[in-house]
Design a protein around this ligand. Structure first.
Ligand code: ADP
Ligand code: MG
Length: 580
């Protein structure tokens, strides 16, 4: 390898850096939280690696984070003795950003081009390491991976490129040196070389970090005179302070933790920059002892519908970090939930394979699933506005559970909201739908389609509209799936208005004689049109299985109806698209 290699940033990375360099995001302090968060992850990893691989040759005797401000040189160095990175990892992890959401990010960046929406965008996306360029005009990273001999130096001024080189004699772990921009209080650019500033930022953002965050401080002390009547003198001492309390947030009683502390912890575990919409804490005692601290984000991440999205729920065993994104703790349809589960009775050696079989994990998952669903349900009562935003962000994902988790289908239907002909802009709960059902109506009517507008224009809607029946307008692809799984809501079945015979001659309230008369009239009409119907059946041949008279239509002359048990056109499309 050449001594110093210069490389270009990928296009979207450069765009993102550009936003950082030009300081669009107002909370510049966030960079420190991001660096500490990365250092803390690196320490978690080296502890676990060293425990599992005794031959790793990692030094884990005094794992910690260190801040070293240099007031005169205007730099800030943050050091950890964690897992570190190999040269390839530096290029991969630091040289690229946002692997999974890249396409989406690029699109949004293009939209946001010098628009006021950019700060929001950054908050939504969460910018880890690159946030350093909000406060620094040059960043130098020096790292050595635990167990490897050679280190790597990376440097960039946040422009189009960066340099990497291999270097000998680097301490295990990572150190990042920021060459700070001039202080500009008006632009929220504080003095990050000032120990007092750093101390308060660590307290505010990173107090719960479980590794000591240390800083050397120089103090001047008065020394009492040795003998009575003597002179008081002063001496200068250098002391190492630990700036954070290191208390695990999930182990603290809920009323002792502030919303702000929860929010910062949420940002740490989720690698996001938004606020949690809801905090759920569980302290389980008994057969399986565990603590859980879960968050429902307020913003859906870009990669919600990409299967490789990461950073879900972390698993700890007795305060020791075991893994990120522990799928076994949450069903797939709750993949947007972030947080921590700390189990007391698992081995530190536990692997994903073991977890899949583990009874305790299954029990935890069952309980937490119910907890999350009921938290959303509670929100609906206590804070309808917040409920609505959660449903808007995650409803589509939650509805996957109607198909994949029959045990919780009822609970999920009770938290769901749907578009409805009852209102042009507000969704309805099923509870409310049922309470508005007409006398004699025994099903929840729905129609699926590609969009609300398309469904509303369907000829199937005509009779229902004319007779004033409320119809749910379901336009998410997943709606096809769960409605054809034969769901009911508290005993009321769902009925597609595009399938089978829907009898809208509401018989309720009619006398037997009237019913008989109506039946007779139908029979007569059937005779009257018999020739037409059989001609139509012959002419259309294989394309239809039956042609019949209908009470569905008021304006259109004819419409196509599915069998009660047939696939709807949308479901057919869905299956065809997925190659089945
Ligand atoms: P994120 O933390 O969300 O993955 P970052 O931009 O903060 O995104 O960091 C990118 C990656 O770089 C991390 O996932 C990690 O693999 C690596 N990294 C960053 N800082 C460190 C560090 N101090 N020690 C080891 N690896 C690090
Ligand atoms: Mg990070």
């Amino acid at each position: 390898t050449p001594p110093v290699e210069e490389r270009e940033f990928a296009a979207e990375t450069r765009q993102l850096l550009d936003l950082m360099v030009h300081s669009i995001y107002s909370n510049k302090d966030s960079f420190l939280r991001e660096l500490i968060s990365n250092a803390s992850d690196a320490l978690d990893k080296v502890r676990l690696e060293a425990y599992r691989d005794k031959d790793l040759g990692a030094d884990t005797s005094d794992l910690h984070i260190e801040l070293e401000p240099d007031t005169d040189g205007r730099t800030l160095t943050l050091r950890d003795n964690g897992i570190g990175m190999s040269r390839d990892e530096v290029v991969d992890l630091i040289g690229t950003v946002a692997k999974s959401g890249t396409g989406e990010l690029r699109r949004k960046l293009a939209e946001a081009k010098d628009a006021a929406g950019s700060p929001d965008l950054i908050g939504q996306f969460g910018i880890g390491f690159y946030s350093t360029f909000m406060v620094a005009d040059k960043v130098t990273l020096l790292t050595r991976k635990a167990g490897e001999a050679t280190g790597t130096r990376w440097e960039s001024d946040g422009g189009g490129s960066y340099t990497v080189e291999s270097v000998p004699d680097v301490a295990q772990g990572t150190q990042v040196t920021l060459h700070l921009k001039p202080v500009d209080e008006e632009d929220n650019l504080h003095d990050y070389a000032d120990p007092a500033t750093l101390r308060s930022l660590v307290k505010k953002y990173s107090d719960f970090i479980s590794w000591p965050i240390r800083m050397e401080v120089t103090r001047t002390r008065t020394v009492e005179p040795a003998e009575e009547g003597g002179e008081e003198t002063t001496e200068t001492v250098v002391e190492t302070d630990t700036l954070n309390s290191m208390k695990a947030l999930w182990a603290r009683p809920r009323d002792e933790v502030s919303d702000e502390e929860y929010a910062e912890f949420y940002r740490h575990v989720s690698h996001a920059w938004d606020e949690p919409a809801e905090v759920i804490s569980v302290n389980a005692e008994g057969t399986f002892e565990y603590q859980a601290l879960l968050f429902i984000p307020s913003q859906a991440p870009f990669d919600l519908f990409m299967r490789d999205s990461r950073h879900g729920v972390q698993l700890y065993v007795k305060r020791v970090f075991i893994m990120d994104d522990c799928d076994e703790l949450m069903p797939e349809y709750l993949r947007f939930v972030k947080g921590v589960v700390d189990a007391a009775d698992l081995s530190l050696n536990v692997s994903r394979e073991i977890l899949q079989q583990d009874r305790q994990i299954r029990a935890i998952r069952r309980r937490l699933t119910k907890k999350v669903i009921s938290a959303i349900k509670d929100l609906r009562g206590s804070d309808p506005e917040k409920y609505l935003s959660v449903w808007t962000q995650f409803g589509r994902v939650l509805k996957e559970g109607l198909v994949s988790d029959p045990d919780n289908r009822d609970a999920l239907l009770a938290v769901a909201s749907f578009d409805t002909t009852h209102s042009a802009d507000e969704q309805t709960s099923l509870q409310d739908y049922v309470s508005r059902m007409k006398p004699g109506q025994s099903s929840i009517y729905f129609l699926t389609g590609e969009s609300r507008a398309q469904i509303e224009n369907s000829p199937h809607m005509e009779a229902f509209r004319a007779k004033g029946y409320e119809v749910l307008l379901l336009s998410d692809p997943i709606d096809e799936m769960w409605t054809s799984a034969g769901a009911d809501f508290e005993g009321t079945p769902f009925q597609s208005i595009a399938k089978g015979e829907v009898d809208l001659d509401d018989d309720a309230g009619k006398t037997d004689d009237e019913k008989k008369a109506a039946e007779q009239e139908k029979e007569e009409r059937r005779k009257e049109f018999a020739d037409l119907l059989s001609w139509l059946e012959q002419t259309l041949g294989e394309s239809v299985s039956q042609v019949r008279l209908s009470t569905r239509l008021t304006e259109s002359p004819a419409c196509v109806v599915g069998d009660t048990f047939s696939f709807s056109p949308q479901l057919e499309k869905l299956y065809r698209a997925s190659g089945q």
